[in-house]
Design a binder for this molecule. Sequence first.
Ligand code: NAD
Length: 502
Amino acid sequence: MTGVRDIHHFIGGAASPSASGRLGDVFDPNTGRVQARVGLGTADELAKAVAVAKAAQVEWAAVNPQRRARVMFEFKRLVEARIDELAHLLSSEHGKVIADSKGDIQRGLEVIEFACGAPHLLKGDYTNNAGPGIDVYSMRQPLGVVAGITPFNFPAMIPMWMFGMALVCGNAFILKPSERDPSVPVRLAELMLEAGLPAGVMNVVQGDKTVVDAILDHPDIRAVSFVGSSDIAHYIYERGNAAGKRVQAMGGAKNHAIVLPDADFDQTVADLVGAAFGSAGERCMALPVVVPVGDKTADMLLDRLLPEIGKLRIGVSTDPDAHYGPVVTAAHKARIESYIDMGVREGAELLVDGRGFTLQGHEGGFFVGPTLFDRVTPAMQSYREEIFGPVLQMVRAPDMETALKLPSEHQYGNGVAIFTRNGGVARDFAHAVNVGMVGINVPIPVPVAYHSFGGWKRSGFGDLDQYGEDSIRFYTKAKKVTQRWPSGGPVTDSAFIIPTLK
Ligand code: NAD
């Protein structure tokens, strides 16, 4: 094929082609054409990257935290200087519009900013005179070689959630990005090298299940951070744990927006349309379910929602006026459309049908029109499962009790939002709802970088969340030291019972 790029591993500070002979197609979702091929790695190639990382980690861990943080400062500067180039590359493989790709990069950089504070975050605790002449202190030490396995939908932000914190803590990092849009992760690793990270400390190994399984089984990889769909997250969690690794595995989502009759309807509709259809719904914090409380609220919402959906502009990812672009692959487009078929079969009321949408001049592109269903019920499979496309499902709730139950009893528990002017109701809802991240009149409540990100139930396996202080705990192990120095005093008697404070 002419004009098709090759995408390689990045190991030991240099591009490293896979010898597997297995290639993954990377599409331009705007046209449907294959624009690049990524070499899918082998277990041996992964093992080579781990050996390089293991050797490089020893010196990197000995670099003082302030100098490690300076690499993060420089990386941030380099990424900011190249944000246009990176955003275009990201959009060309993912399909999201350029402004949204910049947001993807920017939200990742916010975690890098947090990583710049590592010297403070890595300070241990100290207690003077915890016993007679005894001090106790703790220190945080890196784990060694750690790995990140990331999804297609945020090819800049999610790798940065992981490698920024892992590296600044003194670990070496192996990134296995999504094979759908693997170019930006390689560019980020190159920029880390340019920022001063020693070669071999960060490596990118391209691939699919073969590399993932090799990561899970490799004895020198001490921790695995995963973000992707729930069945795979669960698999990663179980297999990684069985191999004795620390694992955090974030999964899929089906986030609900609860709308009360006293909500600010104009703002709520604006927020809903952006959160349901932005990035073609390919966000784990999208709002694909709206739950109006009371039929009157549902009807008022629909009156405002329908014209706004009618105004949505779907375009190629470089169109500055497009609200959203194509979805990532033809297979994903077909999957989304099959869920719309399912919703119709299940008896939901299809008010706006996005199936069969084509963009003039881009007939081969993977576009899906906005879709709206009313009268969706919790028993429907199309409600219970994640669609991950520009499809908004309305589930009418007769009362607040039902509205609380829906997200609380759903298999996913990533995010939820409530729209109301009633502070008391919102407060009670935030307290009671069985979901990890809550927005009150905030449609996509992704916590800022100095808090942590993580959902509940099948949206997150493992105890520690992404970024924020949880990531310091995830990427380090705490050593506790109890010390006493000879003071020339009398010898204390042997203790045959556990020492206690008298
Ligand atoms: P995915 O699960 O298909 O892929 C994620 C990663 O797992 C990729 O690197 C992929 O190569 C690898 N993988 C795929 N199949 C595998 C298998 N059988 N064995 C081992 N590894 C495998 O997810 P995706 O389609 O790339 O991303 C979309 C999903 O990610 C959605 O479900 C979305 O909700 C979820 N997501 C969750 C969060 C979160 O923080 N909870 C954030 C973003 C995306």
